[in-house]
Write a protein that binds this ligand. Structure first.
Ligand code: TRP
Length: 329
């Protein structure tokens, strides 16, 4: 029997190339070997962004379009919006009863984020409960495999602990313990050399046109010691080179050689890189344009995904309710 994957993504903005290589490409691959549930977690977006929800609908639609255009296939996978499957909410509530506060308070990202997002007023119940909601996302489908980056491992550990605790308290094996499937991909830097992130404004979006790609690649930070074209370069410290490694496995070594021997200048090297990226993204852009022209079709896909997801989720919640003696009278 095929394993079952659950993956969630927060609709906090447009997806960038770091998201694409680090997560979306992997999701497309997983469809071959797993039964996949891919959900856009709008409730999770509220944990830090509840004050301004003006762009939420637009962000949800755009993530769906990015996913579908990159090759996530709604015939193979169940693609849906979290809040359209209310069972995530009910299971979250039940889990909140059995989850000790101390487990949540010791999540390393919790205190760190509280500090980092200071002005944002996230000393809230919902934010502390983030991992409980994530556990509900996963366990409501009894998913056994969760593709995550390293930063999400503590959250997944809590999902495992909640499953264990629930099964123990009610003496019934309702939930399996989900396993992390680490996505190992070197973080793509942003054009300024820091981590690629929307909050730094240094990202290249999946939806950027070839012209936008060219303009952003032109701004990328290169070896500061290479001032004249005749100076030999150091690819290890050059942002474009990181992108060559990620997007052009076949040519990155040749490029490094040309750079070190001052055989190619930065301007030409960047122009070539922009072409490499644009070429890789071209079929995705084409599909994106088609989908963006028919947003109602995309909404239909999400609605059908939610319907399918609900069939599975409702059964699990029923089991959990029964185990807790919450049967209907
Ligand atoms: N916490 C994840 C992130 O920020 C998003 C997420 C929510 C998720 N629910 C999930 C990921 C369930 C995997 C499984 O990236």
């Amino acid at each position: 029997m095929k394993g079952r994957v659950l993956n969630g993504m927060r609709p906090t903005g447009r997806l960038h190339l770091g998201n694409y290589l680090g997560s979306v490409v992997n999701m497309v691959e997983l469809q071959k070997d797993y039964e996949c549930y891919f959900t856009i977690v709008d409730w999770h977006a509220l944990t830090t962004g509840y004050e301004d929800t003006a762009e939420l609908q637009d962000n949800i639609l755009n993530i769906a379009i990015d996913w579908l255009s990159a090759g996530i296939d709604p015939e193979k996978s169940t693609v849906f919006v979290q809040s359209n499957v209310k069972e995530h909410g009910e299971l979250h509530l039940l889990f909140s009863m059995v989850t000790p506060l101390s487990w949540l308070e010791r999540v390393p990202t919790y205190k760190e984020q509280l500090k980092q997002l200071e002005g944002r007023n996230i000393a809230t119940y919902g934010f502390l409960g983030y991992p409980v909601l994530m556990a509900a996302d996963i366990l409501v489908y009894k998913a056994d495999t969760v593709p995550v980056g390293e930063d999400q491992l503590p959250h997944l550990e809590i999902a495992r602990e909640i499953a264990r605790r629930f099964n123990f308290l009610y003496q019934k094996q309702v939930f399996p313990e989900p396993q992390a499937k680490l996505t190992k991909f070197a973080l793509l830097p942003g054009i300024d050399g820091r981590k690629m992130s929307k909050s730094y404004g240094n990202e290249i979006r999946m939806s950027d046109s070839p012209e936008e790609i060219r303009a952003k690649v032109a701004q990328m930070v290169t070896d500061p010691e290479r001032i004249k074209k005749t100076d030999p370069g150091h690819p290890e410290v050059c942002v474009p080179y990181q992108f060559y490694k990620a997007f052009s496995a076949a040519t990155h070594e040749a490029v490094a050689k040309e750079c070190k021997s001052a055989g190619i200048g930065c301007v030409a090297c960047k122009r070539r890189l922009a072409d490499v990226i644009a070429e890789r993204m071209a079929p995705i852009h084409e599909r994106r344009q088609q989908l963006a022209a028919h947003p109602d079709d995309v909404r239909d896909i999400l609605r059908e995904g939610a319907r399918r997801a609900r069939l599975v989720a409702a059964r699990t919640v029923e089991e959990a309710r029964e185990a807790m003696n919450l049967r209907d009278l």
